[in-house]
Design a binder for this molecule. Structure first.
Ligand code: PHE
Length: 429
């Protein structure tokens, strides 16, 4: 979830809460286990954690600092980079594609929530249930509802209410995931799942593709795509703490994702499911875990409700991004822009609600190929702005200070890591 509707953050805590909120979403609960499952469990988790230390925390400092020092993405790129305006359009197009596939998954979650409310979710066969509702015309209808709700929230202007609710809902969601992880780990025969998730097959770690997916997953999960976190940064006051917020956000977000893995993989192996199931992994596995819990159906209903809060606060941010750009640069009214870009995302995403190949394609294009480029653009803008000036900006209001090595790190290590991994996927396969 993310908030783009405030002018400045009221307090240090308010900013940290908003930044973590921005990061936590379907990326942690649905996409992280899916990709960990596809790319070898521990062989994915280890690169992910290494990259978190190497570039994740830095990515957040880069985007927040750029935003506070120069302004939102279009201003920041426009002022620092040649063709900056087009880079602004590029990141907006990427955001639209992300909203397009994300809304398909929010649609599935809506369907699960409604089915849990009717009490039927735990009496169906999870595999065939997911099979029957995903990639179907029904999924298009649910995707449309997900988009219509987002448009409604943005037009009525109740984002702030949703954000306030999230301050309670997100910690609750984390507690629920911990409970699910405990249930999953204590299932008979869960050990193979723990082994898969924690003991790497070293041969898989050498794959360039694994590193690329881990890198892009991390950027997506932290919402570091050169877009919404730069907007966020522009709302930070000079006496608020960027380093502390970056550290808390990076580790908080990762804690949720890693715990989601503990909720999924032990159960996957305990029930003889496949970790490589892809988009259906979480949607098939969780109902099986709920079936094994006392009061499981109540848990399921609450869980999917919490997920919907996390998800809608993300979709609001995605749509708001385009709306802000269109109202300020295309002279469109807010209402027209909201409806237009919402419908555009529907049109771009709907084929993905029906066709799994297209669904995979749009996820890969937007998150794997374009996402890290968005993060790179933000870094280049900050380098052009001057890492020494940026370092001064970073230190304003900071309780925790990054050592001065932050400057060469941002200038050399950070872009080089992104570029090397980006290229290695094509060379190493
Ligand atoms: N980080 C969010 C998630 O994990 C997704 C997101 C990306 C939200 C970019 C806003 C902007 O679900």
């Amino acid at each position: 979830m993310v908030s783009l509707s405030k002018e400045t953050w009221g307090s240090r805590v308010g900013f940290v809460a908003a930044a973590i909120g921005s990061a936590v979403g379907l990326g942690n609960i649905w996409m992280f286990p899916m990709r960990a499952g596809l790319y070898g469990g521990a062989a994915f988790l280890i690169p992910y954690l290494i990259l978190l230390f190497l570039v994740g925390v830095v990515a957040l400092t880069v985007e927040f600092t750029l935003g506070r020092a120069v302004g939102g993405p279009i201003e920041a790129y426009g002022k620092t980079l040649p063709g900056g305006k087009y880079l602004g359009i590029f990141v907006n197009a990427m955001m639209l594609m992300i909203f397009a596939f994300y809304s398909v998954v929010v649609g599935w979650a809506l369907k699960y929530f409604v089915t849990a409310l009717t009490g039927k979710l735990l009496s169906v066969d999870p595999g065939s249930f997911f099979g029957s509702i995903s990639f179907s015309t029904e999924a298009v209808v649910w995707q449309f509802i997900a988009i219509a709700i987002t448009i409604g929230i943005v037009i009525i202007g109740v984002q702030k209410g949703i954000e306030r609710a999230c301050k309670i809902m997100m910690p609750l969601l984390f507690v629920m995931i911990i409970i699910l992880a405990i249930r999953s780990i204590t299932l008979p025969n869960s050990y193979a799942g723990l082994e898969f998730y924690l003991l790497p097959d070293w041969s898989k770690i050498l794959s360039g593709k694994t590193w690329m997916i881990a890198l892009s997953q991390m950027f997506f999960s932290l919402s570091c795509l050169g877009m919404s976190n730069v907007v966020y940064g522009s709302y930070i006051k000079k006496d608020q703490d960027i380093p502390l917020s970056a550290i808390v956000t990076a580790f908080g977000d990762t804690a949720v994702a890693v715990t989601a893995g503990f909720a999924i993989f032990p159960a996957v192996f305990a029930f003889g499911l496949k970790p490589t199931a892809g988009p259906g992994l979480v949607f098939v596995t969780l109902p099986v875990v709920f079936q094994k819990m006392p009061g499981g159906i109540i848990f399921a209903a609450i869980f999917f409700l919490l997920i919907l809060f996390a998800a809608f606060s993300s979709t609001i941010a995605m749509l708001e991004t385009n709306v802000q750009a269109a109202t300020t640069h295309l002279n469109m009214s807010r209402k027209t822009a909201t409806i237009l870009f919402g419908l555009l995302a529907f049109v771009v995403g709907a084929p993905g609600a029906i066709n799994p190949t297209y669904f995979d394609w749009i996820i890969n294009i937007s998150t794997v190929y374009l996402g890290p480029l968005g993060a790179l653009i933000a870094a280049l803008a900050l380098i052009k702005f001057g890492v020494d000036k940026a370092y001064e900006e970073l230190r304003k209001g900071a309780l925790i200070e990054f050592p001065a090595i932050w400057q060469p790190w941002v200038k050399y290590v950070y872009p080089i890591v992104i570029i090397v991994i980006y290229i290695s996927q094509f060379i190493l396969g």
